[in-house]
Design a binder for this molecule. Structure first.
Ligand code: ZN
Length: 411
């Protein structure tokens, strides 16, 4: 019996998952933009990591420079100390030189004194010799004559004493002068000894001066070396700072680009959302399977053919041969065009304002997700895919998340 065959053609669908809108070209571009933003954000993280390393390198070099500056400063203080020591030594040398000059002056004067003393001693010796010669030349007679021509004995005694005294005086004077020569000579020797001591002291201090000057020279060289090192480090600091500045501008540029891309993405999303928004104007549907109006299974509660219990059928089953065109019931956007083990090949169309139509068990699908369709446009062909026992179109209508009777929308 023919009706039995059609009775068997029923749909076992009891529920339907709500599909999400799949990719359209604008969405693909949005995905690219999202990837680009993500990539740039990763670049920013890396750049910031690098900047951190540079900053730490910079800190290290700055610390080194501070240490070098300190070493240099203490060395400079040391050189200042050495310079003051040197100044002391130089004043000591000057002082010693003054003393030496004084000594030389004294020696010079003593030499003159010695000459004079020697002169005097010589003169005394000469006059003494003259007097002795005179006595000798005139003989004892002369001497006697001097005595004998005395006017009186008293005069004689006086004259004899005088002669004696002259001789003694001569000897005494000669002694005295000779002693004086000796004394001056001794003085000169002492002065010369003192001068030698002073010169020795001066030589010692000069040696000290020389070694001090050598030390200062070395320290100044060390300071120069420190300064060179500091200059190099300061150059390194400049380079670090330039690198950091460059890094900062790289980061800033990336951040600016990310901001721009995010703004573009937001604008695009807004535009896409506006574009995707479909509205339902309340019109009646086009029959989805023209020429095949016979309902093999009605919408609503029905008795299960074998289990003998009431079951809800969420759409109408329209019996039609395989390959019969399935048309979009109304204008809208394809929300899903896919395969599911119970629905088989199916299409779900979003008509806006919470209204969707669903077409199941198709043998072929002619539309894809995101595509805009108009009422009466062929979207699929009748088949028996999924949980179905024969070729038919299961047609459902959902409003705000619940199934409603398709007859509300069909003429
Ligand atoms: Zn069905």
């Amino acid at each position: 019996m023919k009706w039995k065959k059609y009775m068997a053609v029923f749909c076992l669908i009891t529920g339907l998952a709500i599909m999400t809108v799949q990719s359209s070209p604008a969405i693909v571009y949005a995905n690219e933009l999202e990837d680009s933003i993500k990539q740039k954000q990763e670049e920013i993280s890396k750049a910031q990591e690098e900047r951190k390393k540079m900053q730490s390198g910079l800190s290290d070099v700055k610390k080194m420079v501070a240490e070098l500056e300190q070493s240099k400063e203490s060395l400079e203080e040391y050189v200042v100390q050495l310079d003051s020591n040197l100044a002391e030594i130089e004043s000591k040398i000057t002082e010693l030189q003054g003393l030496i000059s004084e000594k030389e002056q004294e020696i010079e004067e003593t030499k003159k004194e010695l000459e004079e003393a020697e002169q005097k001693a010589e003169e005394q010796y000469e006059s003494m010799k003259t007097r002795i010669r005179m006595v000798y030349e005139k003989g004892e007679t002369g001497y006697m004559e001097l005595l004998l021509t005395s006017s009186s004995f008293g005069d004689f005694l006086n004259r004899a004493e005088y002669v004696e005294r002259v001789a003694a005086y001569d000897r005494e004077m000669l002694n005295e002068y000779e002693q004086n020569v000796e004394y001056v000579k001794t003085c000169q020797e002492a002065l010369e000894e003192e001068e030698a001591t002073l010169k020795e002291a001066k030589a010692g201090v000069e040696k000290e001066q020389q070694s001090l000057e050598t030390l200062i020279g070395q320290k100044e060289q060390e300071i120069t070396a420190y300064q060179g090192d500091i200059s190099n480090k300061e150059q390194a600091i400049k380079e670090y700072e330039a690198d950091i500045a460059a890094q900062d501008s790289t980061i800033a540029a990336l951040e600016k680009a990310v901001k721009e891309e995010q703004a573009r993405l937001a604008a695009m999303n807004a535009e896409e959302a506006a574009k995707n928004k479909v509205t339902y104007d309340g019109g009646m549907f086009t029959f989805p399977c023209p020429g095949y109006t016979r309902v093999s299974s009605e919408y609503g509660n029905r008795m299960h053919p074998t289990l003998g219990v009431q079951k809800f059928h969420n759409g109408v089953d329209l019996a039609a041969p395989s390959g019969t065109p399935i048309l979009a019931a109304y204008d809208g956007k394809v929300a899903a065009a896919a395969y599911n083990s119970s629905m088989g090949n199916y299409v779900m169309i979003d008509h806006g304002d919470g209204l969707f139509t669903i077409y199941m068990h198709a043998s072929k699908l002619y539309v894809s997700s995101g595509q805009t369709v108009t009422a009466g446009q062929q979207i699929a062909a009748v088949g028996s895919t999924g949980r179905s026992t024969g070729p038919h179109l299961h047609f459902s209508v959902r409003l705000n998340g619940s199934y409603v009777s398709p007859w509300n929308y069909l003429k």
